[in-house]
Design a protein around this ligand. Structure first.
Ligand code: SAH
Length: 204
């Protein structure tokens, strides 16, 4: 999977590729989806939500350029698959999920896999996690209508945010960098995520 779906499409960061190899996607799937674990697409995981396509997980992680000393905020824990990849690379991951059933399952899985550098919150992550800010890196794994100032304000100086921005059908993966209190946006590829629902997201 890592060679055929990820490296071949241009993800070259060896730390990211190693993390993708170390995190086994089948461990994050409901039983009826395990047979498709290494298929090249997002898969349904219940509650109307999906686990991301492996290539998108790898690309977003590469775009973040995580260093071992970094504190990372993830919005949209989902199954915890992306969380596990982040936890392999960063010092600490704070992750927020609005659906308690998904967060509970992710906490159980990540605990069983030994990822002890993760803090969890159940609630609306569209406004970030102000009490734990600032973060070196922020990743949003649900489709956002706009880049909210709540999130960019929680970025440390020199920090980076990777977020899919657009409407409910398609979004543009966007990299936002914060320098001298100002933000610079750079577009990446078109993607399709489930909606970010909340105060700075879409209405439910
Ligand atoms: N990264 C996940 C996939 C996430 S799918 C994985 O690898 O499995 C998007 C997730 O974002 C869903 O679980 C959805 O419930 C969650 N979500 C949507 N709006 C949210 C919000 N405002 N705050 C936190 N989580 C949210």
């Amino acid at each position: 999977m890592v060679e055929e779906q990820i490296a071949s499409r241009g993800v070259r960061d060896s730390r990211v590729l190693d993390a993708m190899k170390a995190v086994h996607r089948e461990r994050f799937l409901p039983p009826d989806q395990v047979a498709y674990a290494y298929h090249d697409r997002a898969l349904p995981v219940g509650q109307g939500q999906t686990i991301s396509q492996p290539y998108i997980v790898a690309l977003m992680t590469e775009l973040l350029r995580i260093e071992a000393s970094h504190r990372v905020l993830e919005i949209g824990t989902g199954t915890g698959y992306q969380t596990a990849v982040l936890a392999m690379l960063a010092e600490h991951v704070h992750t927020v999920e609005r659906l308690d059933v998904l967060s509970a399952a992710a906490q159980h899985r990540l605990g069983a896999l030994g990822h002890d550098n993760v803090s969890y919150r159940i609630g609306d992550g569209s406004v970030g996690w102000a009490e734990a800010a600032p973060f070196d890196r922020i990743i949003v794994t649900a489709a956002a209508p706009t880049i909210s100032t709540e999130l960019t304000d929680q970025l440390a100086e020199g920090g980076r945010l990777v977020i899919p921005v657009g409407d409910a059908e398609t979004q543009r993966l966007t990299v936002v960098e914060r320098h001298d209190g100002k933000t610079v946006e750079r577009p990446s590829i078109a993607v399709r995520f489930v909606k970010l629902i909340g105060e700075s997201g879409f209405p439910s």
